[in-house]
Design a binder for this molecule. Structure first.
Ligand SMILES: O=C(O)c1ccccc1NCC(=O)[C@H](O)[C@H](O)COP(=O)(O)O
Length: 213
């Protein structure tokens, strides 16, 4: 049985990045979105990027970013993946992939079965579809809210490569994997002691729980 891929998102300090690496997480997510409590600037990205190099895959998360902003992020972090977490339509995802030559994770907000169906528009374009809770239309920060959606909506999901996200915790991740059949999971709030502040013990507990399932 292959082990579940685990992404810890919203890492912003050397200590918590090392905790994710030490816990055996596969992917480290770095948020480039100024309204987020997990936002990192380019200088911090340079430092964390060097620390992560060769030890964990680096994911640069951006929201409706233009090419110039993405280039700055890539120059600083040297990510292995780009995660597009805004309203980027399929054509924009295809352009980003072609321009930067990096695999793209596209977030798809889910509240209804229609949202899962709509995400199929990205299936042959994005490398991974990340199913996350759909943010409120007026949300200032469109992710990392610690909110789960109805996991049963993903039963029989047709996407080839996908990841489960939204409100996962060390306590519920095994059940979420069991119900959905997810082979990759992503967490942010569920491994924090307060909003935006990661907790090494929770990161370790999350990776263990995901891998035990
Ligand atoms: O984490 C953020 O602050 C963030 C800001 C803007 C866009 C997306 C953001 N996070 C996206 C993620 O990949 C989170 O891990 C995902 O939404 C799950 O978050 P949570 O429910 O808190 O585990």
């Amino acid at each position: 049985m292959s082990s579940t891929i685990v992404k810890i998102c919203g890492l912003s300090s050397p200590e918590t990045l090392l905790a994710a690496i030490g816990a055996g997480a596969d992917m480290a997510g770095f948020v480039f979105f100024e309204k987020s409590p997990r936002h990192i600037d380019l200088e911090t990205a340079r430092t964390l990027g060097r620390l992560a190099d060769g030890r964990i895959s680096k994911v640069a998360l951006a929201v409706n970013a233009d090419d110039a902003a993405l280039q700055d992020i890539i120059d600083a972090l040297a990510p292995d993946y780009l995660q597009l977490h805004g309203h980027e339509p399929p054509a924009r995802v295809a352009k980003v992939k072609a321009r930067f030559g990096l695999p793209v994770i596209k977030a798809a907000g889910v509240a209804t079965s229609g949202d899962v169906e709509a995400a199929r528009a990205y299936e042959d374009i994005a490398d991974v579809i990340l199913f996350d809770a759909k943010p409120a239309p007026n949300a200032a920060v469109p992710g990392g809210a610690g909110v789960a959606f109805d996991w049963s909506l993903l039963r029989g999901v047709a996407a080839k490569h996908w990841m489960l996200s939204g409100g996962l915790t060390p306590e519920n991740v095994a059940e979420a994997i069991r119900l959905t059949g997810a082979r990759a999971v992503d967490v942010s709030s569920g491994v924090e002691r307060e909003r935006g502040v990661k907790d090494a013990a929770k990161i370790s507990a999350f990776v263990k729980a995901a891998r035990l399932s």
